[in-house]
Design a protein around this ligand. Structure first.
Ligand code: HGY
Ligand code: MN
Ligand code: MN
Length: 412
């Protein structure tokens, strides 16, 4: 089947989508349920309707755009990703998988393809943890991996609950209605930029993902004693930020201590109170992001960080709490779906390689309810979550073409 991917159309749609942002170009900031996010959602729904797809949204704002198959009784084939973007990031993370899937469906329609199984584009709500502290909110709820009550009570950085924010954005109904029955989907595929340098470094244009690393997030609070920066002499201090600094270095050391290149540890948030130059910090909140493709190794790092927290608390006479916000299992990708992607690459005579995903994605949770795999395209210098994130139109079009052929195989 000869498919035509309209590269210019994809590029112009990605440009339009990047325009819905709270940061000046080339940066993109699109926080879930912000006005920019709601504008982007409306734009996407219009595009899906224009492609003749049946569009529905669930109580948390996951959006489903369906191309009805000739046998609607069969579980559908789905593909998609996210369009929310962390502060001051790039325009390709997530969006390539949403706009690319839309174009893949349009190309199949234009070629006269008639899917037996329905084909569905999914736009997942809140893949990024920015607003509610927990990533993949939409896919966690879809896969039954997050209890509705816990989700409803999540608070954003302004103290508003997920329920308050989503209802204000027009998404109503109980969150328990979001979970999908098992076997809803025959297969799920996600097209995404690699967010790493491997494909570019090895000069292979496509990656078929075999496994997705296991992410975990720790919320660490340090309570010391404040005071005047001149009046409190060093022997009497219980400086919360100095204690937190030891913990930040402990996160790095724990990740390095496994000796495995697949173990990573990051402290990306550090909030200091009262935050005055001449006041000894009394409270600090830091978050640690720990990942590894191997669950046991990841959990050993979490345990080591917890121990160090208590050792620092004792040595500096501060109190430290270390709460696990999430500690997710890794995902193995499906032989069926990887096979469809590899067969599509061979049919199109496009080189590909197997690889793991070090970033997490909605696929991490979709893999719990459907055979799932991912298709990576290169990103320049492996850069992501930065304004200079970049993927070439050729790479995006190639990934879209392979996705379309794989969908035809899976839905045929
Ligand atoms: O953090 C991640 O891995 C994803 O980009 N949210
Ligand atoms: Mn991201
Ligand atoms: Mn992403």
């Amino acid at each position: 089947m000869k498919l035509y991917i309209d590269t210019d159309h994809i590029v112009s749609e990605l440009d339009e989508l990047a325009g819905f942002s709270d940061a000046p170009a080339p940066a993109v900031t699109r926080i879930v349920f912000s006005p920019a996010d709601l504008q982007a959602r409306a734009w996407l729904k219009e595009k899906c309707a224009a492609a003749g797809l049946g569009v529905r949204e669930d109580a948390v704002g996951n959006c489903f755009a369906r191309w009805a198959g000739t046998d609607p009784s069969l579980p559908a084939v789905a593909s998609g990703s996210h369009i929310d973007a962390i502060p001051h990031s790039g325009r390709f993370d997530g969006t390539v998988g949403v706009v690319g899937m839309l174009e893949a469906m349009r190309a199949l329609q234009a070629a006269g393809f008639r899917p037996r199984r329905s084909i569905e584009l999914i736009h997942f709500t809140s893949e990024e943890p920015t607003r509610f502290g927990l990533g993949c909110l939409g896919s966690r709820l879809l896969s039954g991996s997050l209890a509705a009550e816990r989700a409803a009570a999540l608070k954003d950085t302004h103290g508003a609950t997920l329920d308050e924010v989503r209802e204000a954005a027009g998404f109503t109904g109980g969150l328990e209605s979001v979970a999908l029955p098992p076997n809803r989907y025959h297969a799920f595929v996600e097209l995404h930029i690699e967010q790493g340098p491997l494909l570019e470094r090895t000069q292979v244009p496509l990656g078929v993902v075999t496994a997705i690393a296991a992410p975990a997030t720790l919320d660490i609070a340090v309570q010391g004693e404040g005071g005047h920066a001149g009046g409190v002499l060093m022997p009497y201090r219980r400086d919360a930020l100095a204690a937190a600094a030891e913990i930040v270095l402990a996160v790095e050391a724990a990740a390095k201590s496994t000796g495995a290149i697949d173990t990573v540890g990051t402290v990306g948030i550090c909030e200091v109170f009262p935050g005055a130059v001449n006041s000894v910090p009394s409270q600090v909140r830091i978050t640690a992001d720990v990942r590894d493709v191997q669950l046991e190794r990841r959990n050993a790092v979490l345990a080591a960080i917890g121990e160090r927290c208590q050792a620092v608390a004792a040595s500096r006479r501060v109190t430290v709490t270390c709460d696990v916000l999430n500690a997710d299992a890794p995902a193995e990708c499906s032989v069926l779906v990887m096979g469809a992607l590899e067969a599509a690459c061979r049919e199109l005579e496009v080189a590909y390689r197997s690889m793991v995903s070090r970033a997490y994605h909605d696929s991490l949770f979709m893999a719990r309810i459907a055979p799932t795999a991912m298709l990576f395209i290169p990103c320049r210098d492996g850069v992501s979550h930065r304004p200079d994130e970049f993927a070439t139109p050729e790479d995006i079009a190639r990934g879209t073409l392979v996705l379309a052929h794989a969908l035809a195989r899976l839905a045929g």
